[in-house]
Write a protein that binds this ligand. Structure first.
Ligand code: ADP
Length: 281
């Protein structure tokens, strides 16, 4: 690069106050991106400065979930400007806060292009997204990691050792085993495991016979607790189960519409669980 100096990753510098939180899961489809987006929106609604780096090379669904469509970052001189997602404040709907969004998918020449993100290329792309993006002063940077214990998670652990990891799982035993491995990986990279979120814990339905609401446990029970306990044993400090988010069609619809449930339907139990999670971290 013509003798040009490589930029440092701001979040890895001493004195940097941004809390970097990587959201990890053992496998896809457990709601990792949904949790990331809603957590970011809940924090932004409280007036926190939030950035999201969508590093899920297989999914990169974050821009769609925030209604950003095919928006592309702009360049100012040689810095990449993140795409803003405009979020109304919780206290005053006339006030808005921007979430700074960058997705690894935005680096692709076209939406449908498949890029073989592998080893060194991926590592390079991740460094660029951390160092060459104008993130500004953030309170939180949330990273949506690809599922599993792959290259990106390792690379991030090396680049920002102070980043903490949030593990998302479903109540299902099979899901919990793989997510425990993802958490163990974070520990090996000397990252703190902040806690576990169990998603799709139950579905509340109105019983047609007795007209009371019942909890239907769609994916079994106990996965979140099991991952938290399993990780606690491995890392030798307490890894808490930070929350349980019920299955909610409004969460799914909100994701598809680009209107995250914590802002679109804050009265729903799923939104409240995510809101409580944001207050906790
Ligand atoms: P991952 O990032 O783990 O692959 P996503 O967040 O993309 O998972 O979620 C997978 C699908 O499940 C999406 O369509 C999403 O809207 C839906 N989903 C996630 N969590 C819930 C929930 N609690 N209730 C209903 N649908 C959910």
């Amino acid at each position: 690069r013509g003798g040009q100096m490589e930029r440092l990753i701001p979040f890895a510098q001493p004195g940097n106050l941004t809390k970097v939180l990587a959201v990890a899961s053992g496998k896809g489809g457990v709601g990792k991106s949904s949790v990331t987006v809603n957590l970011a929106v809940a924090l932004a609604r409280q007036g926190r400065k939030v950035g999201i780096l969508d590093a899920d090379i297989y999914g990169h669904s974050i821009p769609d979930m925030l209604g950003l469509g095919d928006a592309r970052p702009t360049m100012v001189e040689d810095m990449i400007m993140p795409v803003p997602a405009v979020i109304p404040s919780k206290d005053d709907p006339n006030v808005t806060h921007d979430i700074a969004v960058i997705s690894i998918g935005m680096l692709k020449p076209s939406r449908d292009q498949v890029v073989a993100w592998r080893g060194p290329i991926l590592d390079r792309a991740l460094t660029q997204l951390l160092a060459d993006v104008y993130w500004g002063d953030l309170d939180f940077l949330l990273l949506d990691l690809p599922p599993g214990t792959g290259d990106v998670a390792m690379s991030l652990g090396q680049k920002i050792p102070s980043s903490e990891v949030l593990v998302v799982t479903t109540p299902q035993q099979a899901a919990s085993e793989v997510s425990e491995r993802a958490g163990t990986m974070a520990h090996i990279m000397e990252q703190k495991v902040l806690g576990v979120v169990e998603n799709m814990s139950w579905l509340e339905t109105l019983c047609p016979h007795c007209s009371k609401t019942h909890r239907v446990e769609l994916f079994g029970t106990g996965g979140g607790r099991k991952v938290a306990d399993g990780l606690t044993e491995r890392v030798h400090y307490e890894v808490p189960l930070l929350g349980q988010v019920p299955f909610d069609e409004a969460l799914l619809a909100g994701g598809d519409r680009g209107a995250p449930i914590v802002a679109a339907a804050p009265e729903h139990p799923a939104a409240q669980a995510l809101e409580a999670l944001a207050a906790d971290i």
